[in-house]
Ligand binder design. Structure first.
Ligand code: ADP
Length: 462
């Protein structure tokens, strides 16, 4: 559940509880007040009637003068004497006001009482009080009034319920808008962070313009963190580049010296000669590793290739001639094409091709074939290096362009695991890409896609 929805639901919940409790309290307060008012007015009316009783009325106490005058359209009176004779005002007709046991018991204790009764479908408030004459109970007097305010209360109850429901819905809507407005900057930060993650660079920053509230501080902290990471990253890259650069010269001089020693074979045992060969091959590997690291460090530092108009056919020719020297027992076929100009760095394109050819030669056993093809279509040049070598297992295929990744099947061959990472960087620097298809034991096809400059003339012949 999103924070926005959760906030809105909380907002609605709090609003519902507040409105319902306020409505409930208002209703109870009004009902209590109305009841109290009515009870007071009934008691007042009863004492008016009682005051009308004069001593001369005795012993016919209930021949009250003007008894009917105390009644009105919604007020009814009834008196009961000690003999049980009932006297009613005319508006009661034949209806008798009820006298419950509890009420008559209270009246006998000389205590007046209030109660709500239903009479012929009407709700009435009934006041029963003992009638006293010179401290002696001479009967009861009952005053009843229709509770007409009850209808108004029911209407009020309905109004409060509907009002609360509308209030809750309205609060939900406003809450949703508010939550959206306050979370929008966080969403912007998330999008910016996602974009930074996608670009795989740490140069991006969250573009926040607003108050330095919680969200503002989050954006600032995030940017600060990116700044520190970028600094550390740049320092690390610089270190790798510097270290690789510094290692190159001593490595070259060591290689030259070992080569000189290997040429002076006089008086050296076979073991010594083999040790020197091992050192030479390890130095060769180390030099490749260092130069690969330097290339990638420069790539990471944002180095861009200088591009100019270059003929890919002649680059392919040069690289194949160079690779042919190492092709022992493997046939290298080139599917020639006409001049194919692209905008690129000839040195790097040759390096890319040499990486692919070197791999193809390394992983293709004797008797195999390597085919290099160059074609163009739809604004793209396709450079394919296909071999009939050991192939790549499906689980290794997605990883071969990662730095230092080497499939288990390739571990017996010399290599650094950096070649394809550099090849991929060169292809992307040219606005292109590199793909691979492979069948384990059936060979691999590496295809480099490069955008053409628009002036391509291809004459393909085997
Ligand atoms: P390496 O120096 O190990 O060749 P690369 O980056 O050039 O490093 O290649 C990475 C891995 O991809 C290799 O270790 C190997 O497992 C696999 N690979 C690359 N090219 C081929 C190929 N032509 N045939 C089979 N496997 C290959």
């Amino acid at each position: 559940m999103s924070i926005r929805l959760r906030l809105t639901l909380w907002y609605m919940g709090v609003m519902a509880v507040t409105l319902l409790s306020a409505s409930f309290l208002l209703y109870v307060f009004l009902q209590h007040n109305l009841e109290q008012d009515m009870d007071q007015s009934l008691a007042a009316k009863a004492s008016d009637v009682a005051a009308n009783i004069s001593p001369s009325d005795l012993p016919f106490i209930f021949e009250l003068r003007n008894f009917n005058a105390f009644a009105s359209a919604d007020t009814y009176l009834q008196a009961i004497d000690t003999q049980g004779s009932v006297y009613r005002t005319r508006n009661l007709g034949d209806t008798t006001l009820p006298l419950s046991k509890e009420t008559s018991a209270a009246a006998q204790r000389l205590q007046p009482s209030h109660e709500t009764v239903f009479l012929e479908g009407q709700k009435l408030r009934l006041y029963t009080t003992p009638l006293l004459f010179r401290g002696t109970a001479i009967g009861y007097l009952q005053v009843a009034r229709l509770m007409t305010a009850e209808d108004a209360l029911v209407r009020l109850q309905q109004l409060l319920l509907v009002g609360s429901a509308v209030g809750v819905v309205l609060a939900g809507f406003v809450g949703w808008l508010l939550a959206r407005a306050s979370l929008r900057p966080i969403d912007a930060i998330r999008q910016a962070a996602h974009a930074i993650g996608q670009s795989r660079g740490l140069e991006g920053r969250v573009p926040y313009r607003g108050p330095t509230d919680e969200v503002g501080r989050l954006a600032a902290t995030f940017n600060e963190m990116l700044e520190h990471l970028e600094e550390a990253f740049v320092a690390q890259r610089r270190f790798v580049a510097d270290a690789s650069h510094e290692l190159r010269t001593p490595l070259t001089s060591m290689r030259i010296n070992v080569d000189i020693l290997r040429k002076q074979a006089d008086g050296r045992s076979t073991d010594e000669a083999e040790t020197l060969d091992d050192i030479a091959s390890e130095l060769e590997r180390l030099s490749r590793l260092v130069s690969g690291l330097l290339d990638l460090a420069r790539a990471d530092a944002g180095q861009h290739l200088e591009r100019r108009s270059a003929d890919l056919r002649s680059i392919v020719g040069e690289a194949c001639d160079q690779a042919l020297v190492l092709a022992r027992g493997v046939t290298l076929r080139v599917v020639e094409s006409g001049p194919m100009e692209i905008l690129g760095s000839p040195d790097h394109l040759k390096q890319l091709l040499l990486i692919l050819l070197d791999n193809a030669l390394k992983y293709t056993p004797q008797g195999g074939t390597i085919t290099v093809g160059l074609t163009a279509a739809d604004g793209w040049v396709q450079l394919r290096v296909a071999d009939t070598g050991i192939g790549i297992a499906p689980e290794d295929l997605p990883h071969v362009f990662e730095r230092f990744y080497r499939a288990n099947s390739a571990r017996r061959k010399p290599g650094t695991g950096l070649g394809l990472a550099i090849a991929q960087w060169i292809a992307t620097e040219h606005g292109g890409r590199i793909t691979v298809e492979s069948i384990p034991g059936g060979g691999s096809i590496f295809t480099v896609w490069l955008p053409t400059t628009g002036r391509v003339s291809t004459v393909v012949h085997a």
